[in-house]
Ligand binder design. Sequence first.
Ligand code: ZN
Length: 259
Amino acid sequence: MPEGDTVHRSAKAMHRALAGRTLKRTDFRVPQLATTDLAGSSITEVVARGKHMLTRTDDGWTIHTHFKMEGSWHLYRTGERWQGPDWQVRVVLETDPFIAVGFQLAIVDLIRTNDEEDSLGHLGPDILGPDWDLNEAIRRITSDPGREIGDALFDQRNVAGIGNLYLNETLYLRGIHPRTLVSDTPELEDVLLLAKRLMAANVGLAIQTTTGNRRLSDKHWVFERPGHYCRRCGTPVEVSRQGEFRRLIYWCPGCQPAE
Ligand SMILES: [Zn+2]
């Protein structure tokens, strides 16, 4: 699943290529927008909010997209061959000279820019966003002290943008078992700051690493390493499922003892 930093990186690239340019052609290949045509509008900015991408136009529209598991935006120059099957295309935004093509996007909505808050207001503060508010994130997380911390940190209503990779790695680095209750989690502020730092360090990088090592087998501490030895204590990394989404959690029983 794309992490928040992936969406931010993609939004930055889209903004650089498209902001200030006029749409020559749009093609929305989702039923509810099949007849929508934004040709003639200009793109003013592209921003990420949590894992959502917002592409705003000068006439007050926001194209709201979400990557979920498989989605991505590609940028091409006019005439360049697209790197993906045509049947996966959900949106085409054509300017001169750049064309943005959204593949396999889980959500494609058109909303009034003024109504963005109504559509996205349920999201907690975006950990990489300009509106990041540490105290508000802590307030939301601690409002349910009996919840498991891994689950609480993944809930986008508490904090927008922390993906499962950074969640697992942060808890490992702070020695916190993902099933620790929120009320028993030490130094929540420090946990959030570390998650933000790990994510910010990866914005702009094609390979997401939390160890500083880019090699495929060495780029994470516990994430997607079940059964492998902990790099610090040699205990095999464990895996289990957590929360309403049955998300996979990884931890080292040696470094992250259960309460
Ligand atoms: Zn360990």
